[in-house]
Design a protein around this ligand. Structure first.
Ligand SMILES: Nc1nc2c(c(=O)[nH]1)N=C([C@H](O)[C@H](O)COP(=O)(O)OP(=O)(O)OP(=O)(O)O)CN2
Ligand SMILES: [Zn+2]
Length: 149
């Protein structure tokens, strides 16, 4: 069985090497869809009976390890030294420095790596992260799938 939980967050970025408008500082309302696989929990009387994982638990974990860090942050490539220096000159600015350009592909992959392992199989139901889909805009998204990232 597969379940998916969607969360949204706002972040700024730019793709410093882009040959068009994405090299300018701008932001997105990102949407992340987290897909988990596992067996439906059959244990009689437990809170998650009938579920793969409680959607609220999927959300709580995603927020604690990823979404709260990226929300209202500027996601900057460490090689984008001009913007990085500018952001570091602003006191208490929420900046997330990445080793890669903040494209949808790289953010989906990073999110997969961060989230994988955060979802623990508490009921012996073989729970695991299968896919992270990251929408940069309603029309543009990237998928990081287990085994093909
Ligand atoms: N393969 C990728 N291509 C592009 C990425 C990316 O992450 N991966 N990112 C961008 C820009 O950052 C931008 O966010 C995308 O802008 P755009 O192509 O304009 O997308 P829209 O949905 O806003 O376009 P509409 O024309 O309004 O549909 C560029 N490329
Ligand atoms: Zn963009």
């Amino acid at each position: 069985m597969f379940i998916t939980r969607r969360l949204e967050f706002d972040a700024g970025h730019r793709i410093s090497t882009h040959n068009s408008q994405c090299r300018h500082l701008h932001g997105h309302r990102y949407c992340i869809e987290i897909t988990l696989s596992g067996n439906i929990i059959a244990d009689e009387g437990v809170a998650q009976q009938g579920m793969v994982m409680d959607y609220s638990e999927v959300k709580r974990i995603a927020k604690s390890v990823l979404v709260d860090q990226w929300d209202h942050a500027f996601l900057v490539y460490s090689g984008d030294t001009k913007v990085l220096q500018f952001l570091q000159s602003i006191e208490d600015h929420k900046t997330v420095v990445l080793d890669v350009q903040p494209t949808a592909e790289n953010l989906a992959l990073l999110a997969f790596e961060i989230l994988d392992g955060a979802y623990q199989d508490s009921y012996g139901n073989h729970l695991q992260l299968e896919q992270v889909r990251l929408y940069e805009t309603p029309n543009c998204w990237a998928d990081a799938l287990r085994g093909s990232v």
